[in-house]
Design a protein around this ligand. Structure first.
Ligand SMILES: Cc1ncc(COP(=O)(O)O)c(C=O)c1O
Length: 462
């Protein structure tokens, strides 16, 4: 067994063993186990050490694209696909525990409801933030206890409230009087979190335009909850998805502290603070977490006995998924000085790049395979600033003119039909909001790899 050590760019050194038995499963494909022994230039057989998550991902990408001949393949065989490294999810969890040891994550299923991802998080002991009956059903289907679920949707569907009542999912949020009356009618035993308004002006996706009670209204809401005989157990907030100003967390914790005080006056002894989502997986996380940790220690110290939970989505899912797309068509734009090209790939804004539209993302294309050569994770895969690079715009497959992934990018290579591009950090708010517009599938294969021994053990991959 080889035991190379990899220093990740995150926070720690991690050991990787060989991957002889590292089977990878394809979504929707019973016999779709990816077996590293099948790799042509096999690292294990040749005595190389598979030394990094990137190599695992690269091997899976290579194996897949080298098996497809766009000139001869069956319809759809060249469809876009994901490679998911569940080891990355595991590392993110360790990083969370290191930075926010008092905060129990309830993963926001809406961000990416991939079943293997949920399964790993369940095995890691996280809770789940669900927004609908289908999400709750999916999580309960994994064998998760109802007490590990929060129905974190302040404006709920009546029939879903009846459904969660029948399943014993008690925790849910509210932020207005009508919702309190609904809950009093349909599920008076529910454990309620009062969601408060935040300053989410620094976030990518603002949520407070739609949800959250202002501090002007919290006192009267608590009075109404008391009059209705309801059980308020906590306060929740969300500083906006993709938040960038850590002070938003500080202010929200301070406001939550005020509401805990108001609740006490109304006879509620609140037990839990839910600090929501908004965390990114890049290196802003440590800064965000640092400010939040200090605010919690100031306003809700450990000896207060208040449980702290959170609803991270993007933080766990984003960096674990890499997307590969096939170039299905090319249009040459002749110019007096230089030619440029419009590349059409088989995924776009109506598909997994829905994140451009809904999540304000700017996915960056890299060259996976060009003219038969796989370039993943090499300098040649990267876009170039050089003036002699060839200019491309990148478009999705639908008939809509807004379906453009990249306005302008340069690569050293001349790309053509049949070549492949890849995009990293495609795990958050991508596949979950993809449509089937124009008849293109939104159900794409996910090839799973696992670069962490601990995660493999939890997934039963040994
Ligand atoms: C109530 C709630 N919780 C959690 C999340 C997850 O947010 P993020 O992915 O930014 O962590 C969202 C995202 O919209 C949300 O609406």
């Amino acid at each position: 067994m080889v035991m190379p050590t990899v220093v990740t760019d995150r926070f720690t050194s991690l050991d990787y063993t060989d991957f002889t038995n590292n089977h990878v499963f394809l979504k929707g494909c019973n016999n779709g186990f990816f077996d590293y022994n099948r790799l042509g230039n096999h690292a294990h057989h040749e005595g190389h050490k598979i030394s990094s998550p990137k190599q695992l991902i690269g091997d899976a990408l290579r194996e897949r694209v080298e098996g497809i001949d766009p000139e001869l393949c069956e319809p759809g065989a060249e469809d876009t696909f994901f490679v998911a490294d569940l080891g990355e999810v595991y590392r993110q969890h360790l990083r969370w525990k290191l930075n926010l040891p008092r905060v129990k994550p309830f993963y926001a299923v809406k961000c990416n409801p991939d079943t293997k991802l949920l399964g790993l998080l369940s095995a890691l002991g996280t809770g789940f933030d669900c927004a609908s009956k289908a999400e709750i059903e999916q999580v309960l289907g994994l064998g998760v206890e109802p007490s590990r679920i929060i129905y974190a949707q302040p404006c709920k569907t009546n029939s879903y409230v009846r459904y969660v009542a029948s399943k014993g999912v008690r925790q849910m949020t509210f932020d207005n009087a009508d919702e309190l009356r609904k809950i009093a009618r349909l599920y008076p035993e529910a454990e309620l979190f009062l969601r408060i308004l935040t300053d989410d002006s620094s976030s990518l996706c603002r949520l407070s335009l739609k949800f959250g009670a202002s501090l002007d209204s919290t006192d009267s809401l608590l009075a109404l909850a008391r009059d209705l005989g309801l059980n308020v157990v906590g306060v929740s907030f969300h500083v906006g998805s993709g938040a960038s100003d850590p002070r938003a967390f500080l202010k929200a914790v301070q406001d939550a502290h005020v509401v805990f005080g108001q609740a006490a006056v109304h006879g509620f002894s609140l037990k839990t603070l839910d600090v929501g989502g908004g965390f990114c997986s890049d290196n802003t996380f440590e800064q965000m977490a640092g400010v939040l940790r200090a605010a919690l220690d100031d306003y809700f110290p450990a000896h207060s006995g208040v449980n702290i939970i959170a609803e991270p989505g993007r933080y766990y899912a984003s960096s674990a998924f890499t997307l590969a797309c096939n170039v299905i068509a090319r249009r040459t734009i002749e110019d007096v000085t230089a030619s440029s090209y419009m590349l059409y790939v088989n995924d776009g804004l109506y598909g997994n790049f829905s994140s451009i539209m809904f999540d304000h993302q700017h996915p960056v294309a890299k060259v996976l395979r060009c003219g038969g050569r796989v370039l993943y994770n090499t300098p040649a895969a990267e876009a170039t600033e050089a003036a002699d690079g060839i200019e491309y715009s990148i478009w999705g497959p639908t008939c809509d003119g807004i379906d453009r992934i990249t306005e302008s990018i340069r690569f050293p290579q001349l790309l053509d039909v049949g070549d492949w591009l890849y995009f990293e950090d495609m795990g958050a708010y991508t596949m979950c909001s993809a449509t089937t517009f124009n008849g293109f599938s939104n159900d794409h294969d996910v090839i799973y790899v696992c670069s962490e021994e601990g995660a493999k053990a939890l997934l039963g991959l040994h």
